[in-house]
Design a protein around this ligand. Structure first.
Ligand code: DC
Length: 230
């Protein structure tokens, strides 16, 4: 049987560039599936914590990553519910601590390899919007459209600050800026799948753009390519 054609729209970029929000809006608009690959790295970090496996233990983390018992439940709400080993961890994986641990786990080559098939399994008709760091370079190098969203570190820290404040969390802007800069350095300098735009990616600097403007730009790229209307 012929495999069904499932185009991939890869949306990569650094932390806080707005990828998650844009990927979700674009996926909804197109009626496509959504892969939040960062959530998988966050889940590995959270599972490691609950099983008391240190982040320096690559073998243990690789085993966890290969056997993650996770469900993504999309109820059409603003957020997909994420269930890890029976517990709803939708909010727990979004903490700064979990993001930092995820970035450390993500620097381990074995962990990245262990998550490859799981990520590729999200590619199903009619199409997939994949959000991450290496969607266009490693996981879906044949993606039909590759977008790299970026913004200044200051702007990304400000956006994160607003988000966390809205959730009632007490955070300092300068600490967030430091965290973002440290995570950028780690994500961009690791030996496997470092953060960088794919050669054929369209780079969009979102520093001075709002969510609606970025969504419109991405959708314009989609319709210019003729995809999404099939
Ligand atoms: O997008 P995010 O903040 O949820 O991702 C959490 C961490 O996971 C991030 O610091 C880098 C890592 N990550 C990655 O290495 N590759 C991906 N495709 C997605 C995330």
């Amino acid at each position: 049987m012929e495999p069904q054609y499932s185009p991939v729209l890869a949306i990569d970029g650094p932390s806080g560039a707005g990828k998650g929000t844009i990927a979700r809006l674009v996926a909804r608009r197109l009626g496509w599936h959504l892969l939040d690959s960062g959530a998988l790295y966050r889940l590995v970090a959270l599972a490691a914590e609950s099983h008391a496996i240190g982040l320096e233990r690559e073998d243990g983390l690789v085993t966890l990553a290969g056997h993650l018992d996770v469900q993504f439940i999309d109820n059409g709400e603003a957020e997909t519910r994420i269930i890890l080993e029976g517990d709803d961890v939708t909010d727990a994986i979004r903490s700064e601590r979990c993001g930092d641990a995820a970035s450390r786990a993500a620097a381990l080559p074995g962990v990245r390899t262990a998550l490859l098939d799981r990520q590729r399994a999200f590619r199903e008709p009619p199409g997939l919007v994949a959000d991450g760091r290496d969607m266009g370079t490693v996981v879906f190098p044949d993606a039909w459209l590759k977008v790299f969203l970026t913004a200044s570190a200051e702007e990304r820290a400000k956006r994160r600050y607003k988000q966390l404040k809205q959730k009632g969390l007490n955070v300092s802007l300068s600490a967030l800026l430091e965290d973002i800069a440290a995570r950028d350095r780690r994500d961009a300098s690791r030996s496997v799948a470092p953060l960088r735009p794919a050669d054929n990616a369209v780079v969009i600097d979102t520093t001075a753009l709002d969510v609606d403007q970025v969504t419109q730009r991405v959708l314009a790229l989609v319709s210019a390519s003729g995809e999404g209307q099939k």
